[in-house]
Design a binder for this molecule. Sequence first.
Ligand code: C2E
Ligand code: MG
Ligand code: MG
Ligand code: MG
Length: 279
Amino acid sequence: YQVKYGGKSHHRMYCETDPAFSRKFTLEKDLETALEQQQLFLHYQPQIDSETLQLNGVEALIRWNHPEFGLVSPAEFIPIAEDSGHILSIGEWVLRQACLQAKSWSDSGRPIKVGVNLSPTQLRKPDVVERVREILQETGLPPELLDLEITESAALSQPELVLEKLHALKTLGLTLSIDDFGTGYSSLSHLETFPIDKLKIARQFTSKLEDRQVNRKIVSHIIDLARTLEMSVIAEGVESENQAAILRAIECVEMQGFLFGRPVPATEIDRLLTLTPSE
Ligand code: C2E
Ligand code: MG
Ligand code: MG
Ligand code: MG
């Protein structure tokens, strides 16, 4: 960083003065060793069928127990990992862990899908398809139990770069979802050509469902759009019974949110799986 004072140029680190920069700097440095020091772990959040309330799947969400700062949100450290390149090793670790966990659920007679967030940097890597194939093989997870969540901007903003990869990923037998759908300012015209199985309606829409009629209509139209494109649809961030009722009325297929369960350790999901009768 070069900071100019009165026309003169000084080199200095912001960390001496700006606490936010200092934290970011520290986090970036500490990310290097977070994996090997076993500070990273996964939580899993339930995804439920709107009609039956059955557990259809879980989304794997990374957590970081930082030695100095305590729990650091992925909303804070994933962007740092993206910028620094650490996301590649972290993302691979997440994928392997989540597949191992889902394989273990499947082996114990309770197959549920696991959703894994794939970052734009991971998706851009030329060998992404090969890496996913290897991890599926290595962990033995039936591919249909893996759902890769791709952000709308990563998928749709550079369609010519991504489309081929998405098709190749699909041939592995997994499913693809678009995360935070509706927030990416992307061109809808590409969506129809994409091999996407599910739209995840962003929490920003869910949280406004009760405010005004127009918000409910927008979500209803996203659900119609999914149906037209023969995609499934899940609403993220469902927090209230009222939101769930509205979503059921406008035929949202699945729901995810604190109302049905916060992200929890795998052992908590084990408990849910034993409690839910399997038909
Ligand atoms: P996301 O993939 O959209 O995940 C959903 C986020 O919404 C999670 O935040 C989850 O805890 C939160 N959430 C779920 N239900 C509710 C609700 O009812 N109310 C509210 N207020 N929030 C809810 P989290 O775990 O903090 O993750 C934030 C973001 O960080 C994720 O958004 C995802 O973009 C990223 N992320 C998390 N884990 C990973 C990962 O393993 N790899 C990558 N590349 N990104 C990840
Ligand atoms: Mg996600
Ligand atoms: Mg999301
Ligand atoms: Mg997100």
